[in-house]
Design a protein around this ligand. Structure first.
Ligand SMILES: [Zn+2]
Ligand SMILES: [Zn+2]
Length: 343
């Protein structure tokens, strides 16, 4: 079968590799759509994410959906032929952290496209059957793949304990920032302010319900946010950017006793913020780690049209042109938001 493999920074090739066989508990999935994620692009550009370094060549991709084509021994569900979205994380289920109900933080978690587990950017993929969520007929495979980034936001906003009337600030209007914006703007939040350097993304943020948007390259985003809120600051700040200063800015934007949720993956492995500012305000700073058991909730949002996933998919490529897809996402050109690779 064909699989897309990373050979080094900015070097991606389509190879022929053996098709995997489903083992006990597994489903063999004919992959139909794979979203390119910012985290994939970290691997693509730098060859690693923090201290996670894959052995090359390495297949990326964790936002995917497809059709169940075969089942491993002992598996009866979901039936062959079912269209499924895939919850990529495979926690061990046994450790103290899993037992406590935090499988997203399992130290032994296996995650497609995250070293050392190969990703799904291939014609077939084997994954535990119980992590395959059937998708309704109305949803495309691309929608199914988008459930993964949507799930990231459902989890982050669950952690954030969003309250009716909250003033929300979002740093970064990539897919994660824009999905968070949609969820906030369409619920009972008081206002949602978005900061984003790319003009097309700011425009999309306005279309998706942002109260106001700011170009952080043109003006100081902290001063802007404070001016927008008459000096009060935001109840909740969501950091969904890559920027080195974004965490410090988020801390300065939060009101006293506010919450800051860090969703983005900083390029450098160290983040710095003003301890004095954060401490005096008694901020709650949360690291959002992937997601846990959110697919059903994410799917319910899509099913009732509470979120527009299609608006985020700006580009589509066939598997053979995956290198172009990654290059486009890495370059942030052409108004790119989410790139879908379709098979
Ligand atoms: Zn992702
Ligand atoms: Zn575990």
């Amino acid at each position: 079968m064909k699989a897309v493999r990373l050979y080094g920074p900015r070097d991606i090739r389509v190879d022929d590799v053996p098709r995997p066989e489903p083992g006990p508990g597994d489903a063999l999935i004919r992959v139909r759509a794979v979203g390119v994620c910012g985290s994939d692009v970290h691997y693509y550009v730098d060859g690693h994410i923090g201290d996670a370094v894959p052995e090359l060549p390495f297949t990326l991709g964790h936002e995917f959906a497809g059709e169940v084509e075969a089942l491993g021994p002992g598996v009866t569900w979901p039936p062959v032929g079912t269209r499924v979205a895939v919850d990529p994380a495979i926690p061990c289920g046994q450790c103290e952290t899993c037992q406590e109900g935090n499988p997203n933080c399992c130290p032994s978690v296996r995650f497609p496209g995250s070293a050392p587990v190969p990703g799904a950017l291939s014609e077939w993929y084997v994954h535990p059957a119980h992590l395959c969520e059937p998708i309704p007929d109305e949803l495309g495979f691309d929608d199914g793949a988008m459930l993964e980034p949507l799930g990231v936001d459902v989890h982050a906003l669950t952690l954030a304990k969003v309250r009716p009337g909250d003033i929300v600030a979002i740093l970064g209007a990539g897919p994660i920032g824009l999905l968070a914006l949609q969820l906030c703007a369409r619920s009972f939040t008081g206002a949602v302010y978005v900061m984003e350097p790319i003009p097309e993304r700011r425009e999309m943020a306005l279309r998706m319900g942002a109260t106001a948007v700011c170009d952080p390259n043109a003006e100081d985003p902290v001063a802007w946010l404070l001016a927008q809120t008459q000096g009060r600051g935001a109840d909740l700040v969501l950091e969904a950017a890559w920027g080195e200063q974004a965490v410090d800015q988020a801390v300065h934007m939060a009101k006293p006793a506010g919450r800051v949720v860090l969703i983005g993956i900083p390029r450098e492995d160290v983040v710095t913020f003003s301890a004095g500012n954060a401490r005096r305000k008694g901020l709650t700073i949360l690291m959002s780690r992937r997601m846990k058991a959110v697919y059903k909730r994410a799917m319910a949002l899509v099913a009732r049209d509470a979120v527009d996933l299609q608006a985020l998919i700006t580009h589509r490529f066939p598997l053979e042109r995956s290198a172009e897809a990654f290059d486009l996402v890495a370059s942030l050109r052409d108004g790119v938001i989410k790139v879908m690779i379709e098979l």
